[in-house]
Ligand binder design. Structure first.
Ligand SMILES: Cc1cc2nc3c(=O)[nH]c(=O)nc-3n(C[C@H](O)[C@H](O)[C@H](O)COP(=O)(O)O)c2cc1C
Length: 339
C-alpha cells in the first residue's frame, strides 16, 4: 500500500507530506487500523532491563509531540521513541527546513526541535493506549544558554520520568547551536553526573528506575568516540544511541539541496553510523547496550548494525523511503542472521 501512497506524499513539500503522514498514522492508530497489516514476527530481546517484542524501533524526531504513538506501535515497531521535546514549546527554525535528496535516499533537516513542549507531550502520552516500550527523547530550548543546558535536561527528566520506559538525552542534534559540545570533556562529565544523581533521586521517589540512553553524533574521531563511551559508561548510564544525523556531505555533494544547512540522514550516513557502533562495541565489550540508527534502508542494513554490536535498531529515513514494510523486513533479517 505504501508503494501507492509514496508518490502522492512525495508530490507535497517534505514538511507537508510529513504532517499528512503523521495525521494519517495518528488517525489510523485511533481507529485501530494500523494493526491490521501483516505484523513482524516476534523476536523478543531484553535490553536496559526492558522487554522488547522485537528489536526494531521508531527513531526520535518523526513523532516529536507523541501525537501518533498508537499508530506507530500498531505498524509493528518493537518500541517507539518520541521527542525531542524541550521544556517550553518552541517553533523551530524558519521554513523550508526539510529537504529530500531522493536519488540518494537521504534527507537533510534543520528543524531545530520544533515541538509543543513537555506538558503537551505528557498529555499525549497519557491519552495513548500503548503499553509497550516508549522512549522519550529530551533536549534543551534554543534560547537556554548552553552553559545552562543541564537545567533543561533536568526539567525534562523530572517531567517525563513517570511516563517513559526509557529516556534519551539528545546531545547530538546539529541544529541547536552549541548542543554537540556537550558530548565532550568536562561538559559531558558534569552533565552526566547531574543526570545520574537526579535519576537516583527519581528512582527512589517513583519506586522505579528508568534507564537513560545518551544519543551521539556520527561526526567524531575514533579517539573521541572512545572517550565519550568511557565517560557514559563510567557515569553509570544505561545505553548509547548511535547515531544522530551527520554534518558531512560525502556521497551527495552534487545533488540538489546538498548545500542546505542541517543534518544529513538516510543511506549516505549508513557506513559512518555503523563505524561508530563498531568502535563503541569494541570499547564497551557488551557492558553497555548500543541502539543503532543511521541509514537503515533494508533488512540487510539492520542486520549489519546488529553484527557491528548493536542490541536494537531504530528507523527514520528508511521508514520515509520504504514505508512500514521495512519494519518486518528488518525484523526478519535480524532473525535470519542470528547464530
Ligand atoms: C527530519 C528529521 C528530524 C529529526 N529529529 C530528531 C530529533 O528531534 N531528535 C533526535 O534525537 N533525532 C532526530 N533525528 C535523527 C533521527 O532520529 C536519526 O538518528 C537519524 O536520522 C539517522 O537515522 P536515519 O538515517 O534512519 O534517518 C531527526 C531526523 C530527521 C530526518
Amino acid at each position: 500500500m505504501y508503494d501507492a501512497l509514496r508518490p502522492l506524499l512525495f508530490k507535497l513539500s517534505p514538511e507537508g507530506s510529513h504532517e499528512l503522514a503523521l495525521d494519517l498514522i495518528s488517525a489510523a492508530g485511533r481507529l485501530g487500523l494500523t494493526g491490521l497489516g501483516r505484523q513482524p514476527g516476534r523476536l523478543p530481546v531484553q535490553v536496559m532491563g526492558l522487554e522488547f517484542p522485537n528489536p526494531v524501533g521508531l527513531a526520535a524526531g518523526l513523532d516529536k509531540n507523541g501525537t501518533a504513538i498508537d499508530g506507530f506501535a500498531g505498524l509493528g515497531f518493537g518500541f517507539v521513541e518520541i521527542g525531542t521535546v524541550t521544556p517550553r514549546p518552541q517553533p523551530g527554525n524558519p521554513k523550508p527546513r526539510l529537504f529530500r535528496l531522493e536519488q540518494a535516499e537521504a534527507i537533510i533537516n534543520r528543524m531545530g526541535f520544533n515541538n509543543a513542549g513537555v506538558d503537551a507531550l505528557i498529555e499525549r502520552v497519557r491519552a495513548a493506549r500503548f503499553k509497550g516500550v516508549l522512549g522519550i527523547n529530551i533536549g534543551k530550548n534554543a534560547d537556554t544558554p548552553v552553559e545552562r543546558a543541564v537545567d533543561d535536561y533536568l526539567i525534562g527528566l523530572d517531567r517525563v520520568y513517570a511516563h517513559a520506559s526509557y529516556i534519551t538525552v539528545n546531545v547530538s542534534s546539529p541544529n541547536t547551536p552549541g548542543l554537540r559540545s556537550l558530548q565532550f570533556g568536562d561538559a559531558l562529565k558534569s552533565l552526566l553526573e547531574s543526570l545520574r544523581q537526579r535519576q537516583e533521586d527519581l528512582a527512589v521517589r517513583h519506586g522505579r528506575r528508568v534507564p537513560i540512553a545518551i544519543k551521539i553524533a556520527p561526526d567524531m574521531t575514533d579517539e573521541e568516540i572512545v572517550l565519550t563511551a568511557q565517560a557514559i559508561r563510567d557515569a553509570g548510564m544505561d545505553a548509547i544511541i548511535a547515531t544522530n544525523t551527520t554534518l558531512g556531505r560525502e556521497g551527495v555533494e552534487n545533488l540538489p539541496y546538498a548545500a542546505e544547512a542541517g543534518g544529513l540522514s538516510g543511506a549516505p550516513v549508513r557506513e559512518k553510523s555503523t563505524h561508530v557502533v563498531r568502535v563503541l562495541a569494541g570499547e564497551l565489550g557488551g557492558r553497555l547496550p548500543i541502539i543503532a540508527a543511521g541509514g537503515i534502508l533494508s533488512g540487510e542494513d539492520a542486520a549489519e548494525k546488529i553484527a557491528a554490536g548493536a542490541s536494537l535498531v531504530q528507523l527514520y529515513s528508511g521508514f520515509i523511503y520504504r514505508g512500514p514494510a521495512l519494519i518486518r523486513e528488518a525484523v526478519d533479517a535480524i532473525a535470519a542472521a542470528r547464530p
